[in-house]
Design a binder for this molecule. Structure first.
Ligand code: GLP
Length: 243
């Protein structure tokens, strides 16, 4: 595991964008696993800036996102498809048919989960998976549980996650209670993982994830087992780390 301590959020975003940019330069048709949430917004902004300067070309890049709410259409402002379009895809030269998210409106959700796993496989797996970290240690929407769920699956969101994500909705009652998420195996099979964490409120959970026991009660702790994990976090989130 490589831990990179960034000065602040802007510095974290720039460093994370550098890792992604290097991946795309090394392999122009790389498969990027992408994440949503506030933490990675600055990373997307930085990549867009470099694209506008002509420094990165996304024309052959393929993307698979971690998760999507169940019951929100692609057009719904709070859907992760909408987040990705507005914050990233519309601003770069990616081919829209090369961008993939689970379909939270699918009538057969079990079939949709299987389709998504087959899709990742057909793309040759994920070269670089970008991850944020939930306040309860979740990655994607893999919530604390008694066992690690391996493949893409349907998940009931925890109350703490619903609370944390209410800020994107009108009120708590409008937050979907269920989501589709890549499983732990799908994430862990990525050739490389980039975990981004920012802020003092994530310091303790980040410490548990990186130094605590590997347990499904803290889903992100499985990342300790990944052979090629890079953590880019700011000083606030890494206040406990002496390296
Ligand atoms: C959501 C997403 C996760 C993300 C997490 C953290 O729950 N499903 O993929 O990592 O939020 O979000 P934030 O970066 O806003 O704290």
């Amino acid at each position: 595991m490589r831990i990179i301590k960034a000065k602040d959020y802007v510095d974290m975003s720039r460093k994370a964008a550098n890792v992604i940019s290097a991946q795309v330069i090394l392999k122009s048709n790389a498969v990027l696993g992408l994440a949503t949430g506030s933490t990675v917004l600055g990373t997307y902004d930085q990549l867009v800036e470099w694209y506008q300067k002509g420094d990165i070309d996304f024309s052959c890049v393929r993307t698979v996102n971690l998760d999507e709410y169940i019951g929100l259409s692609e057009q719904a402002e709070q859907s992760y498809r909408h987040y990705m379009e507005v914050n990233f895809f519309h601003k770069i030269n990616i081919t829209s048919t090369n961008t993939h998210l689970p379909n939270g409106m699918a009538t057969n959700l079990d079939e949709e989960c299987k389709r998504y796993d087959r899709l990742i496989e057909s793309l040759g797996g994920i070269d670089l998976q970008l991850l944020g970290l939930g306040h309860n240690g979740h990655i994607g929407f893999n919530e604390p549980n008694e066992a690690f769920e391996k493949l893409t699956h349907c998940v009931e969101l925890k109350e703490s996650t619903i609370q944390a994500n209410t800020r994107f909705f009108e009120d708590e009652t409008s937050v979907p209670r269920r989501a589709l998420t890549m499983g732990i195996k799908s994430i862990m099979q990525a050739k490389r993982i980039l975990l981004c964490v920012s802020g003092v409120q994530k310091a303790s959970v980040l410490q548990q994830v990186l130094t605590g026991p590997v347990t499904p009660a803290v889903p992100g702790s499985i990342l300790q087992m990944h052979p090629n994990l890079t953590v880019v976090a700011d000083e606030e989130a890494l206040s406990w780390y002496q390296g």
